[in-house]
Design a protein. Structure first.
Length: 202
């Protein structure tokens, strides 16, 4: 097995999440900073590389860790309103635009470590999309039985690493409607109607 520690120390991580325009959302802004910081730590990739094996993947965890560390991707957060504010929807995967992290604005008022989980989930999908010769997704949008697929397991790892082993892990809940024409982008003039706990006055 390749000595991951030596190899990672010779590289500069390439995944980066853009922080532009997120200062108004306290939890989200904290989560981006937290996630970008995690993506710079060798221990994160070492933990992935040491995993015994991911379900629904045709490539080793060590290779996935290497791809996550080497693939040049500038991610950005895309906030949207899911059609149903009551359903437990975190966001959706976007094979057409894999560098976008689509997050449901109704679910932004949560722990930053949980949002970090969602962001890393999206980053794993993006790395897979940029390295299409491999497959390490989770199939359909149902989270049932997907704990050991790369997007879910690595997202959970990220949440534990930034918040502690006792973190309450929540599986990424995909939007069944995805980016339908009825999905509405947030209007920043109306955003004050949301919980004040997610609004950071500048």
């Amino acid at each position: 097995m390749i000595n991951a520690l030596i190899l990672y120390n010779q590289m500069t991580n390439s995944i980066r999440i853009d922080h532009t325009g997120l200062r108004h959302y306290l939890q989200l802004s904290e989560a981006v900073i937290m996630t970008n910081d995690l993506l710079q730590h060798d221990a994160f990739y070492e933990q992935i590389a040491q995993h015994p094996g991911f379900d629904m993947a045709n490539v080793s965890p060590e290779t996935i860790a290497m791809l996550m560390h080497e693939t040049l991707i500038k991610m950005h957060v895309d906030l949207y309103y899911a059609l149903n504010s009551v359903l437990n929807i975190d966001g959706y995967d976007d094979p057409v635009n894999p560098s976008a992290i689509h997050l449901n604005i109704w679910k932004i008022n949560r722990d930053p470590a949980s949002i970090c989980n969602s962001m890393i989930h999206a980053c794993v999908h993006a790395v897979n999309a940029y390295n299409w010769q491999y497959s390490f997704g989770h199939g359909d949008i149902s989270p049932v039985g997907k704990e050991n697929t790369a997007p879910y397991w690595i997202g959970a790892l990220a949440q534990r690493m930034v918040s502690g082993e006792d973190a309450r892990l929540l599986k990424f809940q995909h939007d069944p409607c995805k980016a339908s024409a009825q999905t509405i982008k947030p209007d920043f003039d109306d955003i004050q109607a949301l919980s004040q706990s997610i609004w950071l006055t500048c």
